[in-house]
Structures are given as C-alpha cells and as structure tokens.
Write a protein that binds this ligand. Sequence first.
Ligand SMILES: Nc1ncnc2c1ncn2[C@@H]1O[C@H](COP(=O)(O)OP(=O)(O)O)[C@@H](O)[C@H]1O
Ligand SMILES: [Mg+2]
Length: 254
Amino acid sequence: MVEAFAVASGKGGTGKTTSTLALGMALAEQYDVTVVDADTGMANLLFHAGLADVETTLHDVLVEGGAPVEAATYDRFGMRVVPCGTSLSAFEAADPERLRGVVATLAADADVLLLDSPATLSSKSAVLPVVLADRVVIVLQPTIPAISDGLKVQEYALSYGSDVAGTLFNKVQTDIEAVRERADRYFEGPLLATVPESDAVRAARSAGEPLLAHAPDSTAGAAYREAADALDPRDGDSGDVAERFRTAVIPDPS
Ligand SMILES: Nc1ncnc2c1ncn2[C@@H]1O[C@H](COP(=O)(O)OP(=O)(O)O)[C@@H](O)[C@H]1O
Ligand SMILES: [Mg+2]
C-alpha cells in the first residue's frame, strides 16, 4: 500500500517542515514512512533532521547521471528520510522533473510518503507535489493572509484531482475561534490539529531533531500525534502512485 501526501502552505515559514517530520514520526509507529524534502529551492529539512553534514542529498539525485535515490535516503527516527541540499548552484543544476521518478521509486517501498512541499505555486516544479499527491495537508498560521494563501493551495489541489487531507493550524498563540470558523467554512477536510506556538518546537529545530524525538511529551507533539491519527492513510496501490508520478501532465502555472 502507499498513500502520498503533500505537506503544503501558501507561505514559507508556516511550519511545513516541522509538520512533515512530526507527522512522519507519529505515522511511523504504525506504517513504513518515507519523508522527502521536495522543497528543492528552499530546502531546510536537513537542518530539522540532523542531516546537515551528509554527503549525498536529493540535489545529487536530480542531475543527469546522478546518484540513485537510495544514496540520498537515510534511516532516521524510525523513518526513511530524503533530505535536499541548500546550495543555489546545486538547485540550478538539478532538473526538477526528475523528482517524479524519484517519488515513483520511493512509492514502491513505503506505506506513507510525505512530501515537504514548496511554499509557492509559481512553477511546474513547485506545484508538482500538490498536483500529484493523493492528499494535501495544508499548514496554516491563524492569520487571514496565511489562510488566503492556503486557500489558493486548496484550489490548486482540488482542480487537479488531489484531495485535501485537512488543515493544520500551527504557531497558535491565542484564541483562534473566529479564524477557525472561517477556515471551517472555506476548507475541505477536517481540522487535523491546532499546534501551539511552542518553545519545544524551536528547541527541537536548534538541536537538529524532529519535535517528536526532542520533546515527545510536549503539547505540540501531542497535537501532531492527534493530527497523524486523523490522517488514516489509505491503502493505495504503489504501482498506480508510481505511474501517476512518472506520467501525469503537470500544468504550468505561469
Ligand atoms: N509551533 C511552533 N512554535 C514555535 N516555532 C515554530 C513552530 N512551528 C515551527 N516553528 C519554527 O518556525 C520556523 C519555520 O518552521 P519550518 O517548519 O521550517 O517552516 P517551513 O518549512 O514552512 O518554512 C522554524 O524555525 C521552526 O522551528
Ligand atoms: Mg521548509
């Protein structure tokens, strides 16, 4: 079985990478989970997962005659983790279209694929995870601009046949009832969880560890576990997912 999720938002800094790793670790208690830093232009998953010093990353896989994806796959925190490097020249050398084949390969060997997705919808490569995933987790900060950008992600996903897994509010500081009501009205899928603004999340990032490794008993950690429970991954055929990633026509948003 496999289900591919894109973890997306309209904006950078909302907590996509934090959320990808936290959901991944929670789901890994039950499933074979692979997380991929598909945000190849603004990659930061490596810093969250203690992989900043590794030799081979996704960038090395996305070039002609590049490394096999296995060489950029690391067993960490009970998951398989495919980090991406941060060098601008490596990003420019990489062919984002090759990400399709990489995801197709990884789909053969996972129950759950989590694609940490780019914030923008400005290029073919940036929309790829949202368009090709089975479902999209939309990470929002509880502000009107963030919700408005999140709605664009939802619109994009739905118009290309991806379902919305639900919304995840992050960095919540105060009572967000009014914002939440609005989100309930406009977003498909359930509210997966409300994650508080939290020192534990910041400390985990500084330590280079996913939240559920660094502070498993934190309130934020509990919220992510609740979100993971609500995801209830579907039993998709890995051949179908691989075929879709290899062959589907990706729209050019520009
Ligand atoms: N709930 C939270 N509380 C406090 N800081 C957070 C929280 N979620 C994320 N952060 C911090 O915000 C920054 C951006 O988070 P990150 O997951 O890297 O976002 P994105 O991948 O969307 O750009 C990081 O420094 C992270 O530690
Ligand atoms: Mg990120």
